[in-house]
Design a protein around this ligand. Sequence first.
Ligand SMILES: Cc1ncc(C[n+]2csc(CCOP(=O)(O)OP(=O)(O)O)c2C)c(N)n1
Length: 272
Amino acid sequence: MDSNTDIRDLARRIRIHSVKMTHRARSSHIGGCLSMAELLAVLYGRILRISPQTVDDPDRDRMILSKGHGCAALYAALAECGFFPVDWLESYCDNGARLAGHVTCGAPGVEVSTGSLGHGLSMAGGLALAGKRDRRPYRVFAILSDGECDEGSTWEAALFAPHHRLDNLVAIVDYNKIQSLGSVKEVLDLEPLAEKWSAFGWAVREIDGHDVDAVEEALANVPFEPGKPSCLVAHTVKGKGVSFMEGKLLWHYRTPQNEEYDMAIAELETRP
Ligand SMILES: Cc1ncc(C[n+]2csc(CCOP(=O)(O)OP(=O)(O)O)c2C)c(N)n1
């Protein structure tokens, strides 16, 4: 058993919960939950200096899921890591439940509400600047979607962070190449994406976002350069882990139903 078997298993459980939650709630966004399972597993399992006991500690690391429509995966990661009971996941999207259909403050471990895309990096930059000014040791991580890299507010934050030398800030782009109504290439091509972040003054690394060893090695070594914010461009596959969802635009909005649900769960439970 290699050292990251537990993290791969956490990623698998995040995927299984996400499929179950999306099916039960008849909701959307399963593809973008599945693409970032390893990113969340490595962050919560290995990297973040936060635990259920330190959610209010001023020195805790902050993690902002800027692509807030992927909340099922975040809630699953938090539940699996003990921030709240796993059975809360069954109330996902219920009227009045704490686990609403976009990331919502109120669930233990959630820092800020997100879901209106394009705001997460600005909030993360503000928290990182406050940390520097208050001489606090915490780091701020933000997971962005590639769709958010079409938004002006993201690039405003991208300008701001190097200007303030925020080397306590890490942007992780879940680069799954598919948005809600088309591929990134068709909607608004981002290439060369890593070079763009680099030109804005970030220290950038590119990895396979499903390779937990590579994700851990990168995130354990932030800042990538002293004095600069770090950007990790994580190449991922939308729908990863469920073969009939992988790379398919359909699974941005479609709810897995009946036999689709059974097939997805069976594959996630048995695939190595
Ligand atoms: C400001 C804003 N505009 C539109 C939407 C509706 N919306 C939900 S998800 C999405 C895009 C999905 O693609 P991407 O952002 O790349 O996410 P991922 O593929 O990682 O799920 C859009 C436009 C939104 N949530 N916020």
